[in-house]
Design a protein around this ligand. Structure first.
Ligand code: OAD
Length: 259
């Protein structure tokens, strides 16, 4: 009898072009809490109240304290076997693009590690929700590498733009904000061109990112889902692999490499 894993491997082997959509679940095994999981950031820190332009306008000190804490937490995390397996896939023979909702930069950090000196660019992700280790000026929009230790001791100490002196903020998409049009259209384009979409560790609830797999489906492509539990997308998936992505992705993608 053909197992789900064998069916999924066959889909990967037969694909001409792959898009991967990842969410917080892929980084869970690296130690980054998910948003909606038990004990996740969502519940303990109420990000829906802090990750908004209104919250930043009202109380930038508290918003910065929260992001500084998250930056520190993420800086101490490393890419896991799931990130590395995806980076190797992207550097392999089948054109593959990783689209991520994560702002943790772990796909980017996995890219050179997997490339072992080769050009890592195909493994760099399309980051639709921004990057936590970058700052953006809330006045002029200039982007700069993020300050590693943000002084949140007073309103006056918060980081300022070196060009216009506007208040710097983390370069992430907040609730109520629109995604960068160019980045979003690139994500939809690769989803449209792909004949296989691999959806990993996302609750598939947040729009418009959750549309990426649906775009592939609408264009006749297939879906493989990797998640520890079923999601609203599971019914649409050709194969649904239930379990941690750090274990399942190497099993799914490293078949050739392991033999
Ligand atoms: P969620 O926290 O909503 O969902 C995480 C998903 O990962 C869930 O479906 C879990 O079942 C699954 N999961 C947890 N551990 C896993 C593991 N080890 N292996 C595989 N799957 C696992 O996170 P996202 O779907 O990424 O947006 O959330 C989407 C967006 O909502 C985020 O990008 C963020 C948030 O609001 C912004 O910040 C704009």
């Amino acid at each position: 009898m053909t197992t789900e894993m064998e069916r999924a491997r066959r889909l990967v082997a037969e694909a001409d072009r792959i898009v991967v959509l990842t969410g917080a679940g892929i980084s869970a095994e690296s130690g980054v809490p998910t948003f909606r999981g038990a004990g996740g950031l969502w519940k303990s820190h109420r990000p829906e109240e802090l990750a908004t332009p209104e919250a930043f306008a009202r109380d930038p000190q508290t918003v910065w304290e929260w992001y500084a804490w998250r930056r520190g937490l993420i800086a101490d995390c490393d890419p896991n076997h799931g990130h590395l397996a995806l980076a190797r896939l992207a550097l392999g023979g089948t054109p593959t693009t990783i689209v991520t909702q994560n702002v943790d930069g772990l796909h980017t950090r996995a890219a050179p590690e997997a490339a072992r000196g080769a050009d890592p660019s195909p493994a760099l992700p399309v980051e639709v929700h921004g990057a936590i280790d970058r700052d953006k000026c809330s006045s002029c929009g200039a982007r700069t590498p993020g300050t590693s230790s943000v002084d949140t001791s007073s309103h006056g100490a918060l980081p300022r733009c070196s060009t216009c002196n506007g208040m710097l903020r983390p370069d992430v998409v907040w609730f109520g904000e629109t995604l960068e049009p160019e980045i979003l259209s690139r994500a939809f384009q690769v989803a449209q061109d792909a004949d296989l979409c691999l959806v990993v560790g996302t609750s598939a609830l947040v729009q418009p990112a959750a549309l990426v797999p649906l775009v592939t489906l609408q264009n006749g492509g297939a879906l493989i889902e990797v998640n520890i539990e079923r999601t609203p997308l599971s019914g649409e998936a050709r194969v649904s692999l239930l379990g941690p992505s750090g274990e399942l992705l190497p099993e799914l993608l490293d078949v050739g490499a392991a033999t």
